[in-house]
Design a protein around this ligand. Structure first.
Ligand code: FES
Ligand SMILES: [Fe+2]
Length: 422
């Protein structure tokens, strides 16, 4: 459990809160590049870390991320005219470039230098891996983008989707380091998707967990006994600060699946699902199919226009009680929909004072401690190292069947499997 004070500390993301300031040391994926396809195209409303913003692509192709309200008299810039390398407010015509600089102020005398003194709130944006990334922290501390493997691959080797959940980012993130729920909530999907690895998972249902704290976050290692006797089956999940998770690959180590939990505000989270191949090949049509369609799709009810789930709280996530009796543990279709049912169902901001954590919750306890420890360190003036070093993210999740004599995690074989080879 957490005290009321610690629960507030770890969950609140607004500017000026300790965790909000900590998160503002990192870049945040906030939109796919394809959502802003055209220069001088549409303006899109964005809420990120509790800040109301608007995004637009200017004539030169640069993306601006500005405060929602015009610095003149707070008209919404969303309605602005996207024209000639800037966004012009429709109230009195003030115009701002992608950095927020006021470049035209037609309502003031031509001789006035007032426009030099006015700025819209503007944040830097980078494009990488088909995603727009924003940095909302102090300009002098702008860090590297994280060298996540999928961001450095050709588009044909990766796919992604994202949607919004109505709950706080920490409870969604906690679900991804909570490995013990997978064998229950997701067991039907697991049986069908892990394929050849299912036998290993089913053979030993009580794996031995090793939680390794690392400079970049945490590695979660599940070690299982195997039929072979002299070998262990290893599954290694990764957590990268502040909110990236990598699910263990299959034994062939050809594909990796990742989730990202970006705070929209205190009570809403954008969930990103990214999958890529570690081999120098394109993803196949059927691999792409498995994300949003197909018999055991990862997010079968995703509405790609609105970035929301059609199975949601308003319809009890389309739970099918007959399926639950017959073959499905949860009665809910889709791994992400199953997670949404439990994490949104806790309430938008779960009360951690009433929970009872057991030994299977060790990873969650470790994650909370790490986030609180890092945010407290920042309050004491210690910057988060991993935020400043993009190479910290050059790691993979993996799984393998290895001789029992190979020691975790320091053996060269295991280091090799966690390394990215571009
Ligand atoms: S409120 Fe935007 S120009 Fe006046
Ligand atoms: Fe889950």
């Amino acid at each position: 459990m957490l005290s009321i004070a610690d629960n507030e500390y770890i969950t609140r993301v607004g500017k000026g809160t300790p965790m909000g300031d900590y998160l503002r040391r990192y870049w945040h994926p906030f939109m796919e590049s394809s959502q802003l396809p055209d220069p001088d195209g549409n303006v899109i409303e964005v809420t990120l870390l509790g800040e109301e913003l608007i995004a637009f692509r200017d004539t030169s192709g640069r993306v601006g991320l500005l405060g929602h309200y015009c610095p003149h008299r707070s008209a919404p810039l969303y309605y602005g005219r996207n024209e000639e390398d800037g966004l012009r407010c429709i109230y009195h015509g003030w115009k701002f470039d992608v950095s927020g600089r006021c470049v035209d102020m037609p309502s003031e005398p031509a001789a006035s230098n007032f426009k030099e003194k006015v700025r819209a709130r503007g944040y830097p944006v980078e494009e990488r891996g088909g995603v727009l990334w924003a940095y909302l922290g102090p300009p002098s501390l702008t860090p590297d983008l994280p060298d996540l493997e999928w961001t450095m691959l050709l588009e044909s080797r990766r796919m992604m989707a994202h949607f919004a959940l109505n709950c706080n980012w920490v409870q969604t993130l906690e679900g991804d380091v909570d490995s013990s729920h997978v064998g229950f909530l997701h067991q039907t999907a697991l049986r069908s998707s892990v394929g050849a690895d299912t036998n290993y998972v089913e053979f030993d249902k009580a794996p031995h967990w090793t939680i390794e704290q690392t400079d970049y976050g945490m590695a979660l290692a599940a070690r299982r006994e195997t039929l072979e006797g002299a070998k262990y089956y290893w599954r290694i999940n990764q957590w990268f600060l502040p909110y990236y998770t990598l699910v263990a690959s299959d034994v062939a180590r050809t594909k990796i699946h990742s989730h990202i939990w970006v705070p929209i505000d205190d009570l809403h989270t954008t969930v990103w699902c990214v999958e890529w191949t570690t081999e120098p090949r394109d993803l196949t049509a059927s691999e792409r199919w498995s994300m949003t369609e197909g018999p055991f799709a990862h997010i079968p009810t995703l509405d790609v226009e609105t970035h929301t789930l059609r199975a949601n709280a308003s319809n009890h996530y389309l739970q099918d009680r007959r399926a639950q009796k017959a073959f499905s543990f949860s009665g809910i279709n889709g791994t992400r929909e199953q997670d949404a049912a439990v994490v949104e169902g806790m309430g938008a901001l779960v009360d951690r004072t009433i929970e009872h954590l057991g030994t299977s919750d060790t990873a969650i306890i470790t994650l909370r401690r790490r986030l609180i420890q890092d945010a407290r360190a920042l309050e004491d003036g210690i910057e988060p190292h991993v935020a400043t070093d993009g190479t910290s993210y050059r790691r993979r999740s993996w799984s393998a069947v290895l001789d029992k004599k190979i020691p975790y995690p320091e053996s060269p074989e295991m280091r090799e499997m966690a390394a990215i080879k571009l």
